[in-house]
Design a protein around this ligand. Structure first.
Ligand SMILES: [Zn+2]
Length: 305
């Protein structure tokens, strides 16, 4: 009997370990994005804030493309921080550091740094447009040093995906006045993103032998405005916990900057690559415009009028 009790107690102590929620933070690039055929920028910001608030997500990080800032869009950024969310730098003109070169990119990043100075709620994180960290390791390390001097840590992602392209296809359909099946569009967005999350988590488990605190790459786009609440619900239904970006960036992988030139599929993929996993295994098939376009068409989301 006593033996049985011991076994039961042992099982109970193991349960929390097995059921520990995997954790993921939400980040939105390119804010404050311009008006689209589907909604104004002001509406987009309202929708994203209200979806996050309804889902009781207490923090999210908006990476700002600083040359989008004007009087009206500054008010949108302030709405995010007033709601308790945070801002970070996504450069000034959103160019590829690989093409621009380290010196010109550093100047651009500095302009963004100045443009963000008047805002409250800015965290010292910088994210490279296109996740292009520099054309080679020399440039990459030079830029990391420059950004560190300006007070920025690397605003890496762990889950890359093509949410921006899904959003483009939906908005294009609206522009062309085609009828959109929003239920199908929602399922397509949610399932595509969820697949990417599981894909990079499985790479992490193989490479790090654990699930790190993830950072999901999203954009401040129409698809997020429409469906981010559904995505959050889907994640929670499958045992994921939405955490703050600040908590995510405290994971041990934040201190592990892999000495490879391959960063464009995110931090987990870069670490895996530094341990010998070929690049071809570190990119989900849906990170491809043709693949998404075909799947999007096949899903019957858009009907020509
Ligand atoms: Zn961007």
């Amino acid at each position: 009997m006593r033996h049985c009790l011991k076994i039961v107690l042992l099982c109970l102590s193991v349960v929390p370990m097995l059921s520990a929620a995997r954790e993921i933070a939400l980040t939105f690039d390119d804010a404050p994005t311009p008006d689209s055929a589907m909604m104004t920028g002001v509406e987009r910001t309202h929708k994203i804030i209200s979806a996050l608030q309804q889902a009781k997500v207490s923090d999210a990080l908006f990476f700002v493309k600083a040359d989008y800032i004007d009087q009206q869009t500054a008010a949108r950024l302030k709405q995010y921080t007033d709601a308790g969310f945070h801002l970070a730098s996504h450069s000034f003109t959103h160019q590829s550091a690989n093409q621009l070169g380290a010196n010109a990119y550093a100047i651009d990043a500095y302009k963004a740094h100045l443009a963000l100075k008047p805002f409250k709620g800015v965290l010292g994180f910088h994210r490279f447009p296109y996740l292009h960290y520099g054309k080679d390791l020399t440039d990459i390390n030079q830029l990391q040093a420059v950004l560190a001097e300006l007070g920025y840590k690397d605003g890496y992602v762990t889950v890359d995906n093509f949410d921006w392209y899904i959003s483009t296809l939906i908005t294009q359909a609206a522009e062309e006045k085609k009828s959109i099946d929003y239920d199908k569009a929602r399922d397509f967005y949610v399932n595509s993103l969820y697949e990417s999350i599981e894909f990079y988590d499985s790479i992490a488990k193989k490479t790090l032998h654990r699930s790190p605190r993830h950072v999901l790459l999203l954009h401040e786009n129409d698809a997020a405005a429409l469906f981010v609440g559904d995505l959050i619900q889907h994640l929670r239904n499958r045992g994921w916990k939405i955490i703050s970006p600040q908590r995510a960036y405290k994971d041990a992988i934040a201190k592990e900057f892999p000495q490879v030139a391959f960063h464009k599929q995110g931090r987990v993929a870069a670490i895996a690559h530094s341990k010998g996993v070929p690049e071809s295994e570190l990119r989900h098939p849906s990170e491809n415009e043709n693949y998404i376009k075909q799947a999007f068409t096949a899903a019957g989301i858009v009907e020509a009028k």
